[in-house]
Design a protein around this ligand. Structure first.
Ligand code: F6P
Length: 582
């Protein structure tokens, strides 16, 4: 982090005009309060039933227990004061009322409008955007019904039963998460019979090969998903699959086999996709917040039908209302956000593990990684002032029991990593075996209930001595405990609950950003690498086709590039078209 005094480019007056949250009294009070908390242990805090009771909230089938956070009710009061100092309520309202809170891009932030009921009024720049949202949703419903019923067919008259969605980042991770979660939902399964949905994200030709493996272009619909329609990876993949289709079925087949989702309809048309077959969204939808736009709704409706996806939107909308209206003490996203700030900024725990005890949620952590880390991975305040504190957190995760046999060792005895445990009451796919002690889902959930206590209570040397553990092993077998976690218990996992979970985490990230005083809705940090790749791309072309020497790169990069080009000199200068043969 740069010290303020080393930043000559900022005028003194500019800095003075901005109040950072760390300069407020509630922040200072929380800093001082850390000492009180360091004197406590979760073992003792958990004995206080009233405290625990008050650290449990419920809303619409979601139960949150945050009693295993290293926090007291006094901590919570102090966090609510911090929220007040950050004008959290007002900031939430500014988001919902379409103000340009994404100031560096001069945009509203209105993903809540994507799942708002038809009769809602949400304005951006003086215009109610909800009718536009529903025009696109109606268009998706109509188109996907045509494809699914076989009234829209491919160039050779065959039904399009397989879909490849091309997109990366926000144009991929959210839809993949929802698809993976729905894949084993009994209701969704019924609607997906005989259909496949795949995602092509990586520009690696291996991902192309894996995506087209076993598919027939005659029965495949390709959906190109890109907010900007300029993302290098997505556009090369789109050109590659356009070639895959036209080399098999002729160039005119593209009209029947390729559709697009974008905010840039001009570029969609230039690419060769009929604008009638394009599904719009708007610059007030951030890429990582776009799963509820056509970005997710189109591919998911092709796979599961619109009615299932509508339930997903309703689940998200239920949390949107809750987030806007519930008092902070009962507001799940607000509580989640404030506790994250407590862990990161005060207790000094920079990471968070997202641990769903559900295989269906295996792509939840990768999605939240982008939502959280691309949103809050910032070093300056929304006014451009370098932050004297760290913002953002390092998110990672795996379905619970798999994680237990992988990285939990570190979580139990190594570093302290606050954990989110997510459990489902009713399995999508119950399995019972006669004679077993418990059902398979109960077996899974036994771990969900056990792990948070293992982290919180730990195991002392005295306990080990009582168990006659050999003296030399006692340090190795001791668990310090006092490791914070929270537990989410969700009634079931269907389209509706999946929407709720998504919106809870989206708003949690916004809460954190609002309090840290950063812009959670831009992502300038991804640009530098992209522009350097452009220079490398040019060099690779010039070296391969005209044997031009490597110029203008750092010493190490020059060495690496030289080695790469020399070792792959068998790549022909005049490249013929080559598609994967798999
Ligand atoms: O990685 C940067 C990013 O701009 C993300 O924010 C975005 O989700 C992704 O690229 C894809 O962008 P697009 O949808 O414009 O192709």
């Amino acid at each position: 982090m740069a010290a303020l005094s080393t930043l000559p480019f900022l005028h003194h007056a500019e800095m003075a005009s901005t109040t950072l949250i760390c300069d407020t009294q509630p922040w200072k009070d929380l800093k001082a309060h850390v000492e009180d908390i360091k004197k406590t242990h979760l073992r003792d805090l958990m004995n206080d039933k009233e405290r625990c009771e008050q650290m449990m909230v419920e809303f619409d089938g979601m139960f949150l227990d945050y009693s295993r956070q290293c926090a007291t009710l006094d901590t919570m009061d102090k966090l609510y004061k911090l929220a007040e100092a950050a004008s959290l309520k007002q900031q939430i309202n500014r988001m919902y009322s379409g103000e340009h809170i994404n100031s560096t891009e001069n945009r509203s932030v209105l993903h809540v409008a994507l799942r708002a009921p038809r009769d809602t009024v949400i304005n951006s720049d003086g215009k109610n955007v909800v009718p536009d949202v529903w025009n696109v949703l109606d268009k998706i419903k109509d188109f996907t019904e045509k494809v699914r019923s076989g009234s829209w067919v491919g160039a050779t008259g065959k039904t399009l039963k397989d879909v490849i969605a091309i997109g990366i980042g926000g144009s991929f991770l959210g839809p993949l998460f929802v698809h993976t979660a729905l894949q084993t939902d009994p209701e969704a399964i019924e609607f997906a019979k005989g259909r496949q949905l795949r995602f092509l994200a990586n520009v690696d030709p291996i991902d192309v090969a894996r995506n087209i493996a076993g598919l027939n272009p005659e029965t495949t619909l390709v959906v190109v998903v890109s907010k900007t329609f300029t993302t290098a990876e997505t556009m090369l993949n789109a050109r590659t699959l356009r070639e895959w289709i036209s080399s098999a079925l002729g160039p005119s087949a593209v009209a029947k086999h390729m559709v697009a989702v974008s905010t840039n309809l001009m570029l969609v048309e230039k690419f060769g996709i009929d604008p009638n077959n394009a599904f719009a969204f708007w610059d007030w939808v951030g890429g990582r917040y776009s799963v509820c736009s056509a970005v997710g709704v189109l591919p998911l409706s092709l796979q599961y039908g619109f009615s299932i996806v509508e339930k997903f939107l309703k689940g998200a909308s239920s949390i949107d209302d809750h987030f806007r209206s519930a008092p902070f003490e009962k507001n799940i996203p607000v509580l989640l956000g404030l506790l994250s700030i407590w862990n990161v900024s005060f207790l000094g725990y920079p990471a968070r593990a997202i641990l769903p005890y559900s295989q269906a949620l295996e792509k939840f952590a990768p999605h939240i990684q982008q939502v959280s880390m691309e949103s809050n991975g910032k070093g300056v305040s929304i006014d451009g002032v370098p932050l004297p504190y760290e913002a953002g957190e390092i998110d990672f995760g795996e379905p619970g029991t798999n994680g237990q046999h992988s990285f939990y060792q570190l979580i139990h005895q190594g570093r302290v990593i606050p954990c989110d445990f997510i459990g489902i009451v009713k399995s999508q796919q119950p399995v019972y075996l006669k004679g077993e002690v418990v059902s398979n889902h109960d077996e899974l959930m036994s771990n969900f209930f056990a792990q948070p206590d293992a982290l919180a209570y730990g195991k002392t040397a005295e306990q080990l001595l009582k168990e006659n553990v050999a003296q030399h092993l006692i340090p190795h077998k001791t668990f310090s405990g006092n490791r914070p976690s929270l537990s989410f218990l969700i009634s079931s996992l269907n389209a509706y609950n999946i929407g709720q979970l998504l919106a809870s985490y989206e708003h949690r990230v916004a809460v954190e950003g609002f309090v840290w005083g950063i812009n959670s809705f831009d992502q300038w940090g991804v640009e530098l690498g992209k522009s350097l790749a452009t220079q490398v791309r040019k060099q690779l072309n010039a070296s391969r086709t005209k044997s031009e020497p490597i110029e203008g790169f750092k010493f190490s990069t020059t060495k690496l590039l030289t080695r790469y080009l020399q070792a792959s000199s068998d790549v022909p200068a005049d490249l013929p078209t080559l598609l994967p043969r798999i």
